[in-house]
Design a protein around this ligand. Structure first.
Ligand code: PMP
Length: 360
């Protein structure tokens, strides 16, 4: 069996050790004669899996007691609606920073429920940098400030956490668990699982307890954080297998990587290798302001766009998959999440250099 190097933006590569563990557990989880997929979510075995995964996540991110951790469904996209539904309280206004495609989606969904104020936008600069902290204009009437610390499509990342007095809400889908995070700076963090957490079907929400309990009256039960928190994320049947796999990923981060500080060092090294190469020649290019380049998603263009399809085909032949940029922007993108090994970056760089020698 040979596994390819997978640069997919999501669903993304998973650690091999996690896949091997899931395979070993598949027919018979820990000698109990059934798979995790066949267990009652209310039974003691799954309760144990759920509890342990939460404890491991809490340990990894150093999540304080007064934050709830929710394992939800509906992807990060459901959070675009759940955030305003739950956090507006008696206010009508919310502030959003616009740094790219995912911020824009969050904004357009929020507009169904709230009067959206744009605190800052880098749209006029074609999203090549993030607004500086002193450029943020946040109305005191806003219930919260929402931003996207890492724009998956643009490859744009904040180099600071906004320092504000209203609750800060972050869509951490494509950067969670890539480095340590000071949870107390946030009111709420959400992240779709299919990048750094586990398989699709799960969305993680970390929310400060005092923000629960003020959902709009019409909020459906399945979209109400308080209801979901009270039920331990089991108001209905949760995506048990994805949850279990996320738990295995947390164990991998703890035991094999040695925690998020180590993960950050590895991730930084991977990203630095790629950006250093991109900046040192003129066939490939990355347009993002170096201070705001993503450690997870590295978009790049070819000097001759006509060669893009050949590049992708040859890369595939070389066992380097999913390097096409998002359909909305084109070009290339290497997503180098936690589970993409450093050897994948080395192989990609070698391939890119060869390609220039042959076609450049
Ligand atoms: N936000 C960001 C930053 C994302 O990268 C994505 C998915 N690529 C989403 C939201 C949407 O996630 P989902 O598909 O889980 O709804």
């Amino acid at each position: 069996m040979s596994r390819v190097y997978n640069f997919c933006a999501g669903p993304a590569a998973l650690p091999e050790r996690v896949l091997a563990q899931a395979q070993a557990d598949l027919l018979d989880w820990q000698g109990h004669g059934l798979s995790v997929m066949e267990m009652s979510h209310r039974g003691e075995h799954f309760q144990h899996i759920a509890h342990e995964s939460e404890q491991d996540l809490r340990a990894l991110l150093n999540i304080p007691e007064h934050y709830k951790v929710l394992f939800l469904q509906g992807g990060a996209s459901s959070q675009f609606a759940m955030v305003p539904l739950n956090l507006l309280g008696n206010k009508t206004q919310a502030s959003y920073i616009n740094t790219g495609q995912w911020s824009k989606k969050a904004i357009s969904e929020a507009k169904r429920f709230a009067q959206v104020e744009i605190a800052a936008s880098s749209e006029a600069q074609d999203y090549v940098s993030v607004p500086a902290s002193h450029e943020l204009s946040i109305s005191k009437d806003s219930a919260y400030l929402h931003y996207t610390p890492n724009e998956t499509i643009g490859g744009l990342s904040f180099d600071y956490i906004p320092d504000i007095t209203i609750p800060l809400v972050a869509d951490y889908s494509s950067a969670i668990l890539s480095q340590p995070l000071d949870i107390e700076r946030f009111g709420l963090i959400y992240a779709g699982a299919q990048k750094n957490i586990g398989p699709a079907g799960l969305c993680l929400v970390i929310v400060r307890e005092d923000l629960l309990g003020s959902a709009q009256a019409q909020t459906p039960a399945m979209l109400n954080y308080q209801t979901l928190a009270d039920a331990g994320s089991m108001y209905n049947t949760p995506p048990t297998f994805s949850w279990y796999l996320a738990g295995l990923v947390f164990k991998w981060l703890k035991d094999e990587i040695g925690g998020l500080a180590n993960m950050a060092v590895i991730n930084q090294r991977k990203a630095d290798k790629l950006y250093t190469y991109l900046d040192g020649q003129d066939f490939y290019a990355n347009p993002i302001n170096p201070a705001h380049r993503s450690m997870m998603n590295v978009p790049f263009t070819l000097a001759e766009p006509a060669l893009e399809q050949t590049f992708l085909q040859d890369a595939k032949q070389a066992g380097l998959l999913n390097l096409a940029g998002h359909r909305s922007v084109g070009g290339m993108r290497a997503s180098i999440y936690n589970a993409v090994p450093e050897a994948a970056i080395d192989a990609l760089l070698e391939f890119m250099q060869d390609f220039v020698r042959q076609k450049g």
